[in-house]
Design a protein around this ligand. Structure first.
Ligand SMILES: NC(=O)c1ccc[n+]([C@@H]2O[C@H](COP(=O)([O-])OP(=O)(O)OC[C@H]3O[C@@H](n4cnc5c(N)ncnc54)[C@H](O)[C@@H]3O)[C@@H](O)[C@H]2O)c1
Length: 482
């Protein structure tokens, strides 16, 4: 089937970007909004996004006019009657989508493919609301749609033969990479990404670490393009909250229960960028802290030499009194602290990459020691991330369950290792996929970290999944790829 005329319903965070993607690829687009005010907002999104591309020299003015000229904007869904494909990007609420699809089914010609950009809802349930379930699919773009290269193409048990192939080819025509998967809540990317974002909100809510520290740790330490709170603001907290609710309903995994902090912010109308304020009030900024003038320290534990060298190079003298202990892999910092004459001077340190130091204060650490440790890290050229003495501190506590989830997804037969890696790289802009990350961190290290998390929280889904466990036991360092 030739797709030449495409309808996009809902021109919010995602729909406006999706309309732009189709228009850029030369297709005619009919953009539909709920009312005149929302339509004006949608037009604004389209104009600003293409104007930014012109300012950055990525688009000429002529081409911008050409792209905008291919888009017709309307508040009448009846204008979709001749579309070859309609994709909806209205809010993540099943009953809204079901009622829209019932209507689209009446309006559109029988051969039109109806697609949903849902992040998590059941495509099967949406398809079943129409008289053409074989021609209803998921076409899941990523935010921002004009930039992110992935489209998850989701089929159901009743999808007609050939339709997924046609939609995957269309994604290719848009310059995207399609990953075709079956109908499970969250598909590949959101099933792995959203629980991690939700977990970050739980850690902040529990005071394990602060918003800025967590974002800095994941961005500067792990190399992700954004920290979890900046990303939640970009996605929209209402959307994230809805997606978590859907995941929880399907899995009943406590980790998927939407974080109370998300609910609170959504109820307050703080939805992230689209409402002007969410976790951040405006763009996140780099924190600039004070510099240490003097401090004495001692560093013991794995990696001590590197940190000591950095501090000596900055003019500091070891005192022989432990003020800082590098995190021993095996046990909480407090177990080391209580062996000291003065446990109040001890802070746990975990270096993440070469830019971030997580600093875990125990229940006995004095404020002065915590401050001194922060200043010392800044002097050593590291961004300090203060946190509580909990298994995995911040980074490992967030990263390892995500990696475990990826192995679980592969083990369940839902997606291949390569598809999962590609989806996370292209859908989230991550420098590597979870399997690549697991292999570079070392499977044994991740298994140990998961065991420590499990031992502390007794959370069943933190236990290393059998495949990971078996590969480590067998002494294998990589995953079996086809
Ligand atoms: N935000 C993301 O990062 C992201 C990424 C991928 C997929 N999605 C999915 O895309 C969908 C839309 O999410 P969003 O973040 O763009 O939401 P949004 O709130 O930014 O935009 C939704 C838009 O739909 C419009 N709308 C509501 N009912 C309508 C109707 N009946 N007819 C026409 N327009 C209607 C609203 O006016 C609004 O402009 C959701 O299913 C979401 O899960 C979101």
């Amino acid at each position: 089937m030739a797709f030449e005329r495409v309808g996009v319903v809902g021109l919010g965070t995602m729909g406006a970007g999706i309309a732009e993607v189709f228009a850029r690829a030369g297709l005619r687009v009919i953009g539909v909004e709920a009312d005149a005010e929302a339509l004006a907002r949608g037009r604004g999104h389209l104009e600003r996004s293409t104007a930014r591309a012109v300012d950055k020299g990525r688009l000429t003015r002529e081409r911008q006019a050409e792209i905008l000229g291919r888009v017709t904007l309307t508040t009448s869904r009846a204008d979709l009657r001749d579309a070859d494909l309609v994709i909806e990007a209205i809010p993540e609420v099943l009953r809204y989508k079901v009622s829209l699809f019932e209507e689209l089914d009446r309006i559109c010609k029988p051969e039109t493919v109806l697609a949903t950009n849902t992040s998590s809802l059941s495509i099967t349930a949406i398809a079943a609301a129409t008289g053409r379930p074989g021609r209803v699919v998921g076409m899941h773009f990523f935010n921002p749609a004009p930039v992110m290269k992935l489209v998850e193409v989701v089929g159901t048990v009743v999808t007609a033969p050939g339709v997924l192939q046609e939609i995957s080819e269309l994604a290719g025509r848009l310059g995207k990479t399609a990953v075709a998967v079956g109908d499970r809540a969250g598909f590949v990317v959101n099933r792995l990404l959203l629980p991690y974002l939700n977990h970050a909100a739980v850690l902040a809510d529990q005071g394990v670490a602060g918003r800025d520290g967590i974002d800095a740790a994941m961005r500067l330490g792990v190399g992700l393009p954004m920290g979890p709170f900046a990303l939640l603001d970009l996605i929209g907290l209402d959307t994230a909250y809805e997606v978590m609710g859907v995941l929880f309903d399907e899995t009943r995994d406590r980790r998927h229960a939407p974080a109370p902090l998300l609910r609170e912010l959504v109820t307050a109308g703080l939805l992230g960028r689209k409402s002007g304020r969410g976790f951040y009030d405006g763009e996140p900024r780099e924190e600039q802290g004070p510099r240490a003038e003097s401090a004495t320290f001692d560093v013991v534990g794995p990696g001590a030499e590197e940190l000591t060298d950095r501090l000596l190079a900055a003019g500091f003298k070891p005192s022989g009194d432990p003020a800082v202990v590098l995190r021993p892999a095996d046990r909480p910092v407090i177990e080391h602290a209580v062996r000291l004459q003065d446990p109040s001077t001890m802070v746990g340190v975990h270096l993440v990459g070469d830019r971030v130091a997580e600093l875990a204060a125990t229940a006995l650490t004095s404020d002065a020691a915590a401050r001194a440790a922060r200043d010392l890290m800044r002097v050593a050229g590291l961004t300090p991330v203060p946190c509580k003495d909990r298994a995995g501190f911040v980074v490992d506590a967030l990263l390892y369950p995500y990696l475990n989830d990826a192995v679980r997804m592969y083990e369940s037969g839902y997606a291949s290792i390569d598809d999962i890696d590609v989806a996370m790289r292209l859908g989230c802009g991550y420098p590597s996929g979870p399997f690549e990350m697991l292999e570079s961190l070392g499977l044994a290290r991740v298994r140990e970290g998961l065991r420590a998390l499990y031992a502390e929280h007794r959370e069943p889904s933190y236990a290393p999944v059998p495949l990971l466990d078996q590969l480590v036991t067998a002494g294998v360092s990589g995953f079996p790829r086809r």
